[in-house]
Structures are given as structure tokens and as C-alpha cells.
Design a protein around this ligand. Structure first.
Ligand code: TYC
Length: 115
């Protein structure tokens, strides 16, 4: 990641010092962090547990143990967070997971929500 942008000098003429001088002031440049999105898998009765674990490993870089824990959490609670990403990355992951599910003939649902 590149370092934060340095403050941009803003030159504002100030003539109230009684001597007609021009003074350069520095104005802090505030950059907000990008909005983040949770990618969430929903439970269903038909998608095999092994397929969900594979999805968590392949698309969310989870190791086998973590993927299994997340899958079981979804199975018991109805939904679970796979990861948190910028809007573009989250949207791409949702599309890739849904495409993989359709290819495998599974009804697995994947959504994104504002974090
Ligand atoms: N409930 C599914 C089953 O018993 C497993 C499952 C887990 C499905 C997580 C979807 O997002 C899911 N085969």
C-alpha cells in the first residue's frame, strides 16, 4: 500500500497582518477508509457440507479447520460471514461462489451486506 498522501499546501492570501504579506497554510487532507462488505453464506438443506467447506477454502482462503468451523456455524445458525472485503472484491466473490454452486447443481446462496 502506498503511504498516505502528504498534506497539500493551500495558499490563501492574508492581508490582515497589516503588512500585506501572503501566508501559505497547510490544510489536512482527510481520506475516509473505503466502505467494507461482509460476504455471507446462507444455510440450506441440500448443499453438501463438503462443498461448502471447499468453497470456504477456495474462495475465502480458509484452512480446512477454519472452513469446517464456519460451515458448521452456518449449518446451525442459518448464516455465517466468510470474509469482509471492499465492495468490488465482495461482489466478485459472491458471483464466483454462485457460479460454482450452479455448476455443481447446488442451491447454495451467497450475499453481501454492508459491514
Ligand atoms: N445444511 C447443509 C447440510 O446439512 C450444509 C450447509 C452448510 C449448506 C452451510 C449450506 O451455507 C451452507 N447438507
Amino acid at each position: 500500500m502506498p503511504a498516505d498522501k502528504p498534506p497539500v499546501p493551500v495558499v490563501r492570501p492574508r492581508t490582515d497582518d497589516g503588512q500585506g504579506a501572503v501566508v501559505a497554510e497547510r490544510k489536512e487532507q482527510k481520506t475516509e477508509p473505503p466502505p467494507m462488505f461482509q460476504v455471507i453464506l446462507l444455510n440450506d438443506d441440500y448443499t453438501p457440507m463438503e462443498f461448502v467447506v471447499m468453497v470456504l477454502q477456495e474462495y475465502f482462503s480458509r484452512d480446512l479447520e477454519t472452513a469446517t468451523q464456519i460451515m458448521l456455524k452456518i449449518h446451525h445458525d442459518g448464516r455465517g460471514v466468510c470474509g469482509v472485503y471492499s465492495k468490488d472484491v465482495a461482489g466478485t466473490k459472491v458471483e464466483l461462489v454462485l457460479a460454482a454452486a450452479r455448476r455443481g447443481g447446488h442451491p447454495l446462496q451467497c450475499i453481501m451486506e454492508s459491514a
